[in-house]
Design a protein. Structure first.
Length: 230
């Protein structure tokens, strides 16, 4: 999948198989932030670029997604579901000093949803999340929580902590024998490294929060998804 990143910026849109294909995820799927942050590209999210149904909701964790999983996914009897969760799950709550969804529960949630879809003969494609730009994220949250960086100090920093949830996604994909698109690896390859400096220069991750795909990042994801579904 990492090879997909090399030509992602030149891809203009792809053809996908017949039958409904659902993109299930959070704001990095829905693109809900795009109109405000990138007003010239208000609808430039990867599901729309790929021509598939967008079932992303901003702020969702796997726990909140499970509450709508049956209605938004299973009841629609899609042929394929491309699923990307984890960034919000991993975020540490300032009050409890615990992640919004623990690693153990995250693995159970991803495994459960994957297994339920497989039982209905739905093709499952799991995706890892972007490499967060730590310095931007810490700065964006400092007014609300001056100690934000300290929450991740013993976890190797926010990016490493978030990628540990990606590790669970990779693990579940292998265990469940379902598809995997490693967006994290693709973005790092495109950027040249996983440092803040190189990730900033890549243009793949937003400069406001360091937590969302830019329109360029959405193009990279769409390229991978479209090529996978060919």
């Amino acid at each position: 999948m990492a090879a997909f990143a090399n030509r992602a910026m030149e891809w203009k849109g792809g053809q996908v198989p017949s039958g409904e294909i659902i993109a299930f995820g959070d704001s990095n799927t829905s693109g809900s932030y795009l109109p405000k942050e990138f007003p010239a590209y208000p609808d430039h999210n990867w599901p729309k670029l790929a021509g598939i149904a967008n079932a992303g909701i901003s702020g969702n964790t796997t726990a909140s997604a499970l509450k709508r999983f049956e209605q938004d996914v299973l009841d629609r009897n899609p042929s394929t579901v491309v699923m990307m969760f984890g960034l919000n799950d991993a975020l540490i709550r300032p009050d409890t000093k615990e992640p919004q969804v623990s690693k153990a529960q995250f693995e159970k949630n991803i495994s459960y949803m994957s297994a339920q879809m497989k039982e209905k003969d739905i093709e499952v494609v799991l995706m890892t999340n972007l490499p967060v730009i730590e310095s931007i994220y810490y700065q964006s949250q400092a007014a609300q929580n001056p100690d934000i960086q300290k929450l991740y100090a013993d976890k190797g920093g926010l990016r490493e902590w978030e990628d540990s949830y990606n590790g669970i996604i990779r693990k579940v994909a292998k265990q469940q024998n379902v598809g995997l698109i490693d967006n994290y690896a693709n973005a790092v390859q495109k950027a040249g490294s996983e440092t803040d400096a190189d990730l900033k220069k890549s243009g793949l991750i937003d400069p406001l929060l360091g937590f969302h795909w830019t329109p360029r990042g959405h193009m990279m994801v769409e390229y991978s998804v479209s090529r996978y579904l060919e």
